[in-house]
Design a protein around this ligand. Sequence first.
Ligand code: LMR
Length: 326
Amino acid sequence: MKLLVTLAAALGFALAAPAHAQMVIKFSHVVADNTPKGQAAIKFKELAEKKLPGKVTVQVFPSSQLFGDAKELEALLLGDVQFIAPSLSKFDRYTKKLQVFDLPFLFNDIDAVDRFQSSAQGKGLLESMKSRGLLGLAYWHNGMKELSTDKAQLKRPEDVKGLKFRIQASDVLEAQFRALGANPQKMAFSEVYQALQTGVVNGQENTWSNIYSQKFFEVQKTIAETNHGVIDYMVVTNAKWWDGLPADVKKGLSEAMAEATAYGNKIANDINEGDKKRIADAGKAKIQTLSKEDVAAWRKVMEPVWKKFEADIGTDLIAAAQKANS
Ligand code: LMR
């Protein structure tokens, strides 16, 4: 036996898995490393491995390398990945409640979004998909959305009439673009650059950090600073897997998640502001600022969309979100 063990060691393989085998945890997301979500995921890995030395290894897969929009939620439920952080617009199939985040011009700014997420109603939403096997562990910020197109004129709602827009898989966003008289097309994030480059769509809506890191600004003519909505994330895990974790691992991962959340949410705004400046400096797309009257015009066309989704979302939830503005 001793000879066999020595032989196995010499050949570089183990006879049996050691009792203290490390748990490999996969975290998959769709954006680049140099974004708020990318940075928070890396921080989570560092913290989790520091808090649970020798117990867990966290592998982060950015840029849809492991799973893209179309597959990540299913993969989580199948146990092929343990953490994902989809944008709040991508949970349509699991709950209608999170549609609240997509209502155009609901939140004045990211601070209001943060206040709502920290409220009892906001926290309650983290648990709203448990019956579907999904448990929300945290909200991660990206930022407010801007609108971009391949046209030189982009200031008023009438400028987007008849144009094709890529949207995330959200019925609210679909209704928002229909209200503008535009043609929305649901599409995975990883396909957007090419669709913009080849003219399959004329435009899209996103944060500065996504517009910069995906190079959308190189294939768009104008980016209007509309701030008409938000792109934020819910970090979700497989509820059954989470419930089955040993207590010490769950505690370490919970602490790492809380600290990574605080870190990521603190730097999100700076990353977006820095990327806005980098886009301006590149001089490829024009950044169109809007007057109060311009913003009011966009709001007037988009806001009626709320009515259509009020019943599904719940008026109480919408009221709680509105309260966070003050
Ligand atoms: C998008 O699909 O436009 C974004 O939600 C991607 C992301 O995760 O920020």
